[in-house]
Design a protein around this ligand. Sequence first.
Ligand SMILES: Nc1ncnc2c1ncn2[C@@H]1O[C@H](COP(=O)(O)OP(=O)(O)OP(=O)(O)O)[C@@H](O)[C@H]1O
Length: 297
Amino acid sequence: MSISIRSLNKIYPNGNHALNNINMEIPTGMFGLLGPNGAGKSTLMRILVALMEPTSGEVDVFGYNLLKERKQVRGILGYLPQDFRFFAKYKTYEFLDYAARLSGMHNGRKRRQAVDEMLEMVGLFDVRERYASRLSGGMKRRLGIAQALIHNPRLIIVDEPTTGLDPEERIRFRNLLAKISEQNVTIILSTHIVGDISSTCNCMALMNKGEIAFFGSPEEMRREAEGKVWRMKISGDELPLIDKKYPVITTIPSGTGWEIQVVADEIEGYDAEPYPPNLEHAYVYFMEKKLNRWMED
Ligand SMILES: Nc1ncnc2c1ncn2[C@@H]1O[C@H](COP(=O)(O)OP(=O)(O)OP(=O)(O)O)[C@@H](O)[C@H]1O
């Protein structure tokens, strides 16, 4: 187990109950924390990296108590926050060198070697002379990962890293995380993008309104939606009605109408055939059925 969370609560000074009695054992490997905006993911991440104190509860990180042994915990973890910023005056390699110095690498030769190796690993060696603020969105995220990894942490926590990236960069970033996790680094990845989790994580949790709504493997979550996904062929006029009644996942033009996929326990009044679920279907199923969220939106 890498992280053990017991009865964790966070109530902000304005009364927002952002985490509501979280209990969770996070295994080593790549762990995905999925949830809509406002679910409490960032709050949990900030507590795990010791940037914020919980209102109550206990957390152990690789055997260290987060509240009593903050320094030790900080020593073994790296963090890529959601709103990571670079200093405009630094070139890419200078920024990483600065991060390495901050983490206590004082031997210049060893540090330069570590920086070069890390730039190679994240695919930024060829742009090392470019100002960090001039890198593309995907490159910036990769530099963010590099600074989180430069002191060889056992655990890195990455908050919403693929938001705003184009599909190619998103895949590249996911592949980088998979490569890092093969090197015995545990990764906690927080995201509201289902594809980030399905392609990389062996274990995951679904968070909603400060609670853990599901914990297990992506495959187990996918299975929860078996028999709940339907494919229908409908006319153009029917779409608005169906859209009101059921969560529509995909809409593909077909002849003069549409071929759609919807998530529901059963379909009344329309011809529908069962369709094999993927993780996105399962996510919608959880949000709509189990958590009754769809109807509120
Ligand atoms: N500093 C704060 N003061 C008061 N309430 C807060 C604060 N930060 C977050 N919240 C509230 O706590 C809840 C959880 O927010 P949090 O940012 O942890 O969610 P999230 O899942 O990370 O969503 P997002 O992806 O939008 O950041 C939300 O209702 C949010 O409005």
